[in-house]
Design a protein around this ligand. Sequence first.
Ligand code: HEM
Length: 499
Amino acid sequence: MILQQVAAVLGLLVVYRLYSNWKQLSNGIPGPLIARYSDLYRAYQQYNGKLRDELVRLHSVHGPVVRYGVRSVSISDPSVVDVVYGSRAGFTTADSYNVLVGIANGKEVASLVSTRDETRHGALRRSVASAFTPTGVLDYEPWIDESIVELLDVLSERPLIDLSTTMLYYSMDAAGRFSFSESLGCLRADADEGGVASMIRNRFNHWGWWSSLPGLERLIYRNPIALRMKRAPSSMAASAVAKMKARAGKPSNSSRAPDLLSRFMESSQTNPEVLDTAGIVGMLMSTISGAGDTTATSTTAILYYLLQHRDKLAKLRAELVAADINKSLPSNREVSKLPYLHATIREGMRLFPTITWPIERCVPKGGAIIAGMHFHEGTSVGCMPAALHLNPAVFGEDAREYRPERWLVADPEVLRKMESSHMGLSRGRRVCLGQHIAMMQMKKVVAAMVLNFDMSLSDPTSVLDADFSPAVACLKPLMIKVVPKHEHGELPFASDGRI
Ligand code: HEM
């Protein structure tokens, strides 16, 4: 009898929960029925790396607004970008960012990305802004040069490489250099030296896998007992603290180029109340983890599409040769304004954005009208780059095709629309802080590789594939053949004496 009563009460609770879930967002937004009642649907899709493709499919069936969770809506309409990500809109990052907060000494330590308080986030960003301006980032060019010289050298010795892994190791080493003046040594060793890359992937995995169920994640990983047991800082935080301690009190080595850590420590002296020790650790965590897989995946994708489309590759090479740039080591000044190079980068990142799910924002107090619909306060809305980038109203009926020329249109209005719908580096208040470093780096490294090597896909039918379950796509191996151009009778890349 008692058992029956308990079962009946539990049954009522479940029905009530399903009803209240349904009530959360009942304004007729299309999407899978189960997503109305439970976030287990999106959790299942994300955990299995299927959410990205599933959302692209749902948008092609249902249009620009689809539901994928009890209170989660994906929008592929470019008109919402300014509303949701704009600086005055009042939208904050969604609950899914809670699972990204690190743990150190039993306490939660937010990085820049996982700082949800907008006032704190804005103050933090402003305190380091000068280190990331288009001219500020030129200070780090010597660190990128050092990494590119090493990459060219390594490539000249390896006729067959896995491009995905090589670019990951190159990007990690470059990030180490411009963050704290030290290569991680991955590229030379052809291994994840020190385990930093897998440390970052664990972080992206955790974010992707638990983003749908932040409440459950908190219960499991952040209850008082779990926090007390995790006295040691997370490995990412520990490594950031170690770099900072090693630098503290030492005179800066003026013979070397400035790095991000030196910039952060300078900012901390002028702005100690905003950028304290924890703030510097959070910034370093954000930049090291923000710079590796993202740059590697984007650069690999840009090169992959060029190798697949030999005519476009030839066009790019012709532009680089005509510009008469330093073949050994193209400078940022030489490559930053080349239109076709820029177009191949925008197009590669459009077709293969690194973020695997919508960049989620929370509807502010009082609700909001988005894409002509009213959304209640607290609803998570976001644009997923992979869906928005295929919108034919912005990119044309051939949106699924690789065509860098689309970025060379003469009509400024068409270009403006495409640029403002490109979410590869996000947009608005939380746009990628390292965007100018990323663009400088990608332009230089793509130009250097194209000028110095004949590259081809080892298997011309290979596709660019990734594990899409982490928050940032982790590429699967992509084998390519690499032949130094001097083996075809052209000059070796270091022989013109201009390095
Ligand atoms: C092609 C390479 C890159 C891509 C595709 C990329 C993409 C992104 C995206 C989409 C975001 C927004 C994430 C969100 O709101 O959930 C972001 C934020 C961020 N990125 Fe990048 N990123 C790249 C390179 C870099 C580099 C090189 C650095 C550092 C030097 C960096 C540092 C950051 C930081 C610190 C944030 C957080 C900004 C904030 O919350 O205010 N990124 N990035």
